[in-house]
Structure formats: structure tokens, C-alpha cells
Design a protein around this ligand. Structure first.
Ligand code: PEP
Ligand code: MG
Length: 902
């Protein structure tokens, strides 16, 4: 029969720290601490398996669970020498949730279970402390009515005022009426009266009596803690953290110890090191005569644990070190025991009951990015952990926070949130809002800090996007144009903030009842996707020599190379500084977006709107020197490193001029009238441009375009070679689905190569020829594609788009519902869908290698900078990953961890 109950305590412990999945983090660590001989009050854990079984039974306990609980309770009773429900010597217990990974504050806890009319007098007599008993009782009433009687029963509070808020209001009114400052000032009589009035209010509001039977309280509390796994907060947290719904929570039932029994009792929370800086200093807060919730609730300013924890707010309050030195010394010893046992920073909850110290919980403590780095390095240097553990201690995702300026978390706490969207470009930024690209450029020129606000962006916004300090759009997904451009530039960006109504004409932004105008200040947290009103304080990014050292060690374990997706020499330099080992994707079309791109963009438009081959050739000839120069500049920066140059990809209509001024310019250049320009533009319009006339298809219909680009590459190389440089170009064909497309293009490439060798009279220009794999068909015929392709680069943006049939620019309108309804655990454009898109990659790798065993394999979709996806790429046997420059450190660390762990 399945074991659902695991006991822990000084006398008998059945679990240990390795049983996290079954006992949850809290239960597993309580068992481990009990075995270490630490003062843990006895109790038992009901497993996560039991929680899942409870849901399978539609909220009923499995048969015989009640009897097993009764046996386990007897065991606690024997150790505590008290009896649950006893009139004279009543045992009280707590019921706490605990999932396998910590979800702080997301699920429920009920304290003081077992207090009722029959046990109160006995406890009063035993403790001689009536105030304490009624304080404990009012806490039980508040927690129980909220968690068990309202939330677990899914009762919707009237006017949004839950029972707990009602009771809190009653308590505050009492404090105001009687002039009490703190809860501890409330007189015993008033506390008693409050308890009676609480119960009356509960009956009035919820139409049911507060339970007066200890067993009923206990079973109610256990069921409610299980149900809190499916509470709103917990579900939202799971979505954000990608925690599966079927993990379930354990319930820990434990003998109560009381921090609110007077001046020799206390409660507190401590971290074995400073969680904000990582300093090796014992850090924490405590309160005398209080229960745990008081420390975190913010109703009383907690005291500092010791001298190291004093700050301007708590400096005047006495530390535990000063007030109870012997207990502090005991706690400090426990801190050392736990750190050397777990070899990681621990978050510890403790209670002191009448001079006796108890430990109620320990878990790996949450920490900032900087603290994580410092702790890992310190522990390695102290010999507590080995090098591999040190490398795996830093979550690659937090590197984002270290490399970008961020919104000061303290400022964020009190800021007014106006909207939420997808966190497309990390870091934080404040600025004045502008509604057009032109305004963004103009305002920036006059030294203003601006945030460009657009419904969505198109290539014509690029100048404004470059100029603005941040970008905010109402539509678009994580790989929408705005998002990937912004990320590429390391720019803070939020896309798909659907609640915003933007009127670019009137330069007005409406969100609900709020209206903002051009020039109003807002702040973006691009790491979390939150938009705030006003200008918030920022914190500087970290230029940390320790970080450099850490990364150098990580690199020594890495087997995959890391390249960058960049398209300008400036960005190539940034990428090199972040540690790029080549360029994995140079999107040629981006040379027509950036600053100073007026002339080439004009020529490109002229080429696009040419009607005949001759007209087009004239435009291409004029365009050639620009393209060659741009490519040469980037190859020169990346000397001796591979540079994957992709042939022109996007649908041509994206470049068609929109403004009348630009249209007229083209008409004049082509010596045609405006009408004709409009007619030719209209001809380029497509119903589904993303699967239309783009990528290799352009080169099939207009081979002269390919010819111009490839000649530009080879001539740039020839000239660089003549100056002693060592360019290593890799010519990549996009959006292919048939090996004959490659054969067709390959012929042009070899021809241009031969012509360039002859023209420059040089023997060789080394290069590779390869293809993107971004259409499922191409993946499935990888063996044929590899006949021509010396390398594959997985374009997982399009491969995801085409595998799912989800438009990458339009997922904003439905992705949230997919995540909320657990149809998907994460946005597949952010984290690679290993099941299907991953299978296509694995198939391509296997089939490609069959034809060409030494084929080079890379990824250049946005997933190349996503930690989980990088781990997948390592396992799939890719040669390199390529991502935006600012994500290079993330990819480097993820690749190192993948090599260590696999
Ligand atoms: C891709 O599709 O993954 C890719 C890198 O190309 P793009 O994003 O330019 O379509
Ligand atoms: Mg693509």
C-alpha cells in the first residue's frame, strides 16, 4: 500500500532531503534537519502523491488516511507529552504547504489548529498566559476562515472584501478606537471580545459556524492546504515558473511552538548569507512576542538579527545578538551546520518559545543575480563546493539582470503599474513617450530620453527604435520584429501590452480610464514586462571582474561554440566583447534599416519596384558598393572568425515606400509617375507574406539579386585577403524546402566565386555554403539538403511558426490563454518545443550527418539564447548556438552547464 505519511522529529524520522518530489522541499528538509539533530518540533508530512490522489478523488481523502493521520498524531503527542483536543494539556499543530520547488507565499498555512472552546481553558491554565491563548485563537480564526472556509470552498467575496479583510478591519477599528499602536497592546479582555465578534462575523458572512472540534479543524486544514495548490496565486506562479500542475503540494503537520508567549519568546527569518549582496554575513530579522506571519506581513518593523543587519530603518531596534546572546549563538551554530551540510545559502525560519530555540524550516534561499555570483565564487574559494557545482549555481537567466541597467526594485514596490506585456528586451528604462519614429529621432537629438510607443512596429520605425531608449508595443510576440531587433540591440522592450489603446494621430495613450500624452514619463521593466507610470530610479549594470573570471571558468567546460546574431560592425564589436566566437546570422536586410541607410534603402526600393530585368540590374549595380562595404566592415571586425551571411530574406513588400515623399522620390528616379509606383507596389502585396515571396524564392525569381550579394561577399573577401586579413564567410540560403533550390543557388555561388578569383587574380577565397533549416520539409529531407549544404543553421523562429502553424507576429492575441489553460507550458517562440520542433532538429541532424558526416550544425533562431533550448542543442549534437549579443553570456553559461550535466 502507498505510504502517504512520513514522520519527522527527534525520536523518529522517515524521510530525508533526497525525497523532495514526494515530501516537498519543506518536508524533505524538516526530515533532514531532524536527522542532523537540530531542534525541529515533531510532526509528519503528507506526501504530494496523496495530494494528487485527493484531486483524483474530487477532493476526498483516500481511504484510511484519517486513521493514519490519527496514528501519526499520537506519535507527536507522545513526544510532546501533550494530547490533541485534550481539555487540560492540549497539543496544537500547524498545517503548512510545501511543494517540491519553493513557491514562497503562493500556498497556504494554518497555525494553532486544535484551539477551541474545550481546549482554551486548559491551555490558559497550563501557560498562565490568557492573552497568548486568545492571540493564538484570533490568528487561527483569521487564517482558518480565510483559507479553509472561504478560499477552499471557492466562495467569491462580496465587493471583493474577503472574510480575512473584514476581520482585519474589525481589529484595526478596535486598535484605533482604543488607541492601541501594536497588536501586542490589545488587552486580554479586548482580545477575547474580538474572538467572539470574529466568529459572529464569520457566521453572518459565510453562513456557517466556525468549527469548534479539533479533529474537524485538522482535516479541514489539511484539505484546504491541498486545495491551495489550485488557488489563483499558485496557478499563476506555476505558469510563470513553468512548474507542472501535476507536482502537487505536500502538507506538513507539525507541533506548534509559540513565539508569542511573552518577552522570552520570539520568531524570525534568517539567511545564512546576505541574499542581496551575497556577502558571507548572517542576515535576518526577528520580532519578540510574535508569530511567524508578523515578520513577513509588514505590520511591525522587524528588528535586525545582528549588527551586520542593521540599517537606517531598524538601527534603533535591538538585535537578537544583543537581546538574547546565548540563543543567537545557538542559532549561529545552526546556520554553520546547515551551510556546511547543504553547501548552499539557506533561508531559515525559527521560533523561540520561552527561551528555547526551534527551527521550523530551511530551504535554499532566493537571491539576487549579484548575490548568486558572489556566493558561488566565495563557496568555491572556501573549498565548500567544486568548480562544476559553482558553474551550475548561477541560473543563466539571471545574467540578464546583471548585464542591463534595471529598475530599482525598491522603487518598483511603490510604483503605479499601468500595463503588462511580454518581456521582449531585458533591463529597465524610463523615458518620455513619443508616438512616431520621427519624433523618437527628433526628441533624442535634442537630448531627450524617449520611449517609442507603437501599435506594432514595421521596418520604417527602425530609426526611431534605434534612437529610443526603449520600445513598447500593444501587439506582437516574443519574436516579433520589435522584440528581436530590441533584444539584438540590448534594448529594453515590451511587446503585446494589449490593454493599451494607442492613438498615434492624437498622440494619446489610453489604458482603462487613464490617459497619457506625448512627453509623459513612463518606466519599463523589460525583464518582467511591466509598464509603470512616471520616472523610476534605475540601478546600474555590473561591470564585474569577478563575473569575467566566473565566465572564463565556465567556458573551459563548454563544448559548443557560441556565436552572435548581428548585422553591423558596431554590434559585432559588442558581440566580441561579450565573448562571441563568430557570427551565426548576419541578416543582410538589416543593412537597409539602420542609421545612414537612406541611400541603400532608396536603391533597394528602386530595385524592388523595377519592372524589367534591365531596370533591376541598373539598381543592383548601384546598390552593390553599399552591400560590399557593409559586409567588408563586418568581416573585418570579425577577422579570422566565421561569419554566416544570409542572403536577403524578408518579403519585398516590407521595403515598399509608405510615405508620399518616398514614393515620389522613387517615381522620379525610375522616371515614372506616382500612380505607376502605387500600381507596382500593389502588385507586391501578398496575403501571407511570411510564407510568400521571400528567402530563396527571391533568388529563384531574380537570380541577379543573389548574384549581386554573393559577388559583394567574395569581392569584399578578396580585398580583405589582399590587406592580410583572414575572412571566413559562410553563405547561407534562407527559407529553403527543396534541395534543388540549393543546387540552383549553389551554381550561382560557385560561378561568382570563380569570377572573383579571376578578377583579383588570387588562388582561393575560403568559404562555406549552407542553408537555414526553417521549414519542416527541409528538416525531413536533410539528407538531400546536405548534398549541397556544408552547414545547417536551424531557423527555429520560422521552424516553430511553421510546425505549429502559429504566426510569430500574432501570438499575442491567444498565447496567454494557451498558457493559462495549461495547453502549453511556455511560449514556443521563447523556449524551444522539444517534442515536435526538437524532433525535427534531431531528424535533420541524423539525416544530414548520414550524407555529410562533418556537417556543421548551428541554431540561429531566438532560442539560441534561451537556457533550456541551449541545453537541448547540446544534447542534439549541435556545433554552435547563435543569439543576440546581450544573450551571449547566457548562452555561454547554459552551454557550459549542459556540458557538465550531460
Ligand atoms: C528563424 O526563422 O529562426 C531565423 C533566424 O530567421 P528570421 O528570424 O530572420 O526569419
Ligand atoms: Mg527565418
Amino acid at each position: 500500500m502507498t505510504q502517504y505519511i512520513y514522520e519527522f522529529g527527534p525520536k523518529k524520522t522517515q524521510g530525508n532531503a533526497t525525497l523532495k518530489n514526494l515530501l516537498g522541499g519543506k518536508g524533505a528538509n524538516l526530515a533532514e534537519m531532524a536527522t542532523l539533530g537540530l531542534p525541529v518540533p515533531p510532526g509528519f508530512t503528507i506526501s504530494t502523491e496523496c495530494c494528487n490522489h485527493y484531486f483524483d478523488l474530487d477532493g476526498r481523502f483516500p481511504d484510511s488516511l484519517e486513521a493514519k493521520i490519527a496514528l501519526a498524531m499520537e506519535n507527536i503527542e507522545r513526544q510532546m507529552k501533550m494530547k490533541f483536543g485534550d481539555k487540560n494539556n492540549p497539543l496544537l499543530v500547524s498545517c503548512r504547504s510545501g511543494a517540491r520547488s519553493s513557491m514562497p507565499g503562493m500556498m497556504e498555512t494554518i497555525l494553532n489548529v486544535g484551539l477551541c472552546s474545550s481546549t482554551i481553558p486548559g491551555l490558559v491554565a497550563k501557560t498562565g498566559n490568557e492573552w497568548f491563548v486568545y492571540d493564538a485563537y484570533r490568528r487561527l480564526i483569521m487564517m482558518y476562515s480565510d483559507v479553509v472556509m472561504e478560499k477552499a470552498e471557492q466562495i467569491k467575496p462580496q465587493n471583493g472584501m474577503g472574510i480575512r479583510l473584514n476581520l482585519e478591519m474589525m481589529m484595526n477599528n478596535l486598535k484605533n478606537d482604543k488607541g492601541y499602536t501594536n497588536d501586542t497592546d490589545i488587552s486580554c479582555e479586548d482580545m477575547k471580545g474580538l474572538c467572539s465578534r470574529f466568529k459572529k462575523k464569520i457566521h453572518e458572512t459565510l453562513n456557517i459556524e466556525f468549527p469548534d472540534d479539533p479533529k474537524e479543524q485538522l482535516m479541514g486544514a489539511i484539505g484546504a492546504v491541498f486545495k491551495s495548490w489550485n488557488g489563483r496565486r499558485a496557478v499563476s506562479y506555476r505558469r510563470i515558473e513553468h512548474i507542472p500542475d501535476n507536482w502537487g503540494t505536500a502538507v506538513n503537520v507539525q507541533s506548534m511552538v509559540f513565539g508569542n508567549m511573552g518577552e522570552t519568546s520570539a520568531t524570525g527569518v534568517a539567511f545564512s548569507r546576505d541574499p542581496a549582496t551575497g556577502d558571507n554575513k548572517f542576515y535576518g530579522e526577528w520580532l519578540v512576542n510574535a508569530q511567524g506571519e508578523d515578520v513577513v506581513a509588514g505590520t511591525r518593523t522587524p528588528n535586525p538579527l545582528n549588527n551586520d543587519t542593521k540599517n537606517p530603518q531598524n538601527r534603533h531596534l535591538s538585535s537578537l545578538e544583543e537581546a538574547m546572546p546565548a540563543l543567537y549563538a545557538q542559532l549561529f551554530d545552526i546556520r554553520n551546520t546547515l551551510e556546511s551540510h547543504y553547501r548552499d545559502m539557506q533561508d531559515i525560519e525559527f521560533t523561540i518559545q520561552e527561551g528555547h530555540l526551534y527551527i521550523l524550516q530551511c530551504r535554499v534561499g532566493k537571491r539576487t543575480a549579484t548575490a548568486a555570483l558572489n556566493m558561488a565564487m566565495d563557496m568555491f574559494e572556501q573549498g565548500m563546493i567544486d568548480e562544476k557545482t559553482m558553474i551550475c549555481r548561477l541560473d543563466p537567466k539571471v545574467l540578464d539582470d546583471m548585464l542591463h541597467p534595471i529598475v530599482d526594485p525598491a522603487a518598483e514596490k511603490t510604483a503605479e503599474k499601468i500595463a503588462e506585456g511580454l518581456p521582449a528586451g531585458p533591463g529597465g528604462a524610463w523615458g518620455q513617450i513619443v508616438f512616431t519614429s520621427e519624433d523618437a529621432v527628433a526628441w533624442t537629438k535634442s537630448d531627450k530620453h524617449v520611449i517609442l510607443l507603437r501599435e506594432e512596429t514595421n521596418p520604417e520605425d527602425i530609426e526611431g527604435m534605434r534612437a529610443a531608449c526603449a520600445i513598447l508595443t500593444a501587439r506582437g510576440g516574443m519574436t516579433s520584429h520589435a522584440a528581436l531587433v530590441a533584444r539584438g540591440w540590448g534594448k529594453c522592450c515590451i511587446v503585446g501590452a494589449g490593454a493599451m489603446k494607442i492613438n498615434a494621430k492624437t498622440k494619446e495613450l489610453r489604458v482603462g480610464a487613464k490617459i497619457f500624452h506625448e512627453g509623459d514619463f513612463i518606466t519599463l521593466n523589460g525583464t518582467r514586462g511591466i509598464v509603470y507610470q512616471g520616472r523610476l530610479k534605475m540601478k546600474d549594470s555590473l561591470e564585474n571582474p569577478r563575473f569575467q573570471k566566473f565566465m572564463a571558468i565556465a567556458d573551459s567546460y563548454r563544448t559548443m561554440k557560441v556565436r552572435a546574431n548581428v548585422d553591423t560592425p558596431e554590434d559585432a564589436k559588442i558581440a566580441l566583447a561579450f565573448g562571441a566566437e563568430g557570427i551565426g546570422l548576419f541578416r543582410t536586410e538589416h543593412m537597409f534599416y539602420g542609421s545612414d541607410s537612406g541611400k541603400p534603402l532608396f536603391l533597394l526600393r528602386k530595385m524592388i519596384l523595377s519592372k524589367s530585368k534591365e531596370e533591376r540590374q541598373v539598381a543592383l549595380d548601384e546598390l552593390f558598393p553599399f552591400v560590399k562595404q557593409e559586409i567588408s566592415n563586418t568581416l573585418s571586425v570579425m577577422d579570422a572568425l566565421p561569419v554566416t551571411l544570409r542572403l536577403l530574406d524578408p518579403p519585398l513588400h516590407e521595403f515598399v515606400p509608405q510615405s508620399q515623399k518616398n514614393q515620389q522620390e522613387i517615381a522620379d528616379a525610375l522616371r515614372i509617375d506616382l500612380e505607376e509606383v502605387l500600381k507596382r507596389s500593389a502588385l507586391l502585396k501578398e496575403s501571407n507574406p511570411m510564407i510568400g515571396h521571400r528567402g530563396v524564392r527571391l533568388g529563384i525569381t531574380f537570380p541577379e539579386i543573389t548574384r549581386m550579394q554573393v559577388t559583394a561577399v567574395f569581392e569584399a573577401c578578396a580585398e580583405l585577403i589582399q590587406t592580410g586579413k583572414n575572412p571566413l564567410p559562410e553563405i547561407m540560403v534562407p527559407v529553403t524546402c527543396n534541395e534543388k533550390e540549393l543546387a540552383f543557388t549553389h551554381k550561382i555561388v560557385t560561378d561568382c566565386h570563380a569570377r572573383t578569383l579571376a578578377k583579383y587574380e588570387i588562388k582561393t577565397i575560403p568559404y562555406l555554403f549552407g542553408t537555414m533549416i526553417e521549414i519542416p520539409r527541409a528538416a525531413l529531407i536533410a539528407d538531400k539538403m546536405a548534398k549541397y549544404a556544408q552547414f545547417f543553421s536551424f531557423g527555429t523562429n520560422d521552424l516553430t511558426q511553421m510546425t505549429f502553424g502559429f504566426s510569430r507576429d500574432d501570438i499575442g492575441s491567444f498565447m496567454n490563454e494557451y498558457i493559462d489553460n495549461a495547453i502549453l507550458t511556455s511560449d514556443p517562440f521563447e523556449t524551444l518545443d522539444q517534442e515536435a520542433v526538437g524532433s525535427l532538429i534531431e531528424i535533420s541532424v541524423e539525416r544530414g550527418k548520414k550524407t555529410r558526416p562533418d556537417i556543421k550544425l548551428g541554431i540561429c533562431g531566438e532560442h539560441g539564447g534561451d537556457p533550456a533550448s541551449v541545453v537541448f542543442c547540446h544534447k542534439a549534437g549541435l556545433t554552435y548556438v547563435s543569439c543576440s549579443p546581450y544573450r551571449i553570456p547566457i548562452a555561454r553559461l547554459s552551454a557550459a552547464q549542459a556540458a557538465i550535466l550531460n
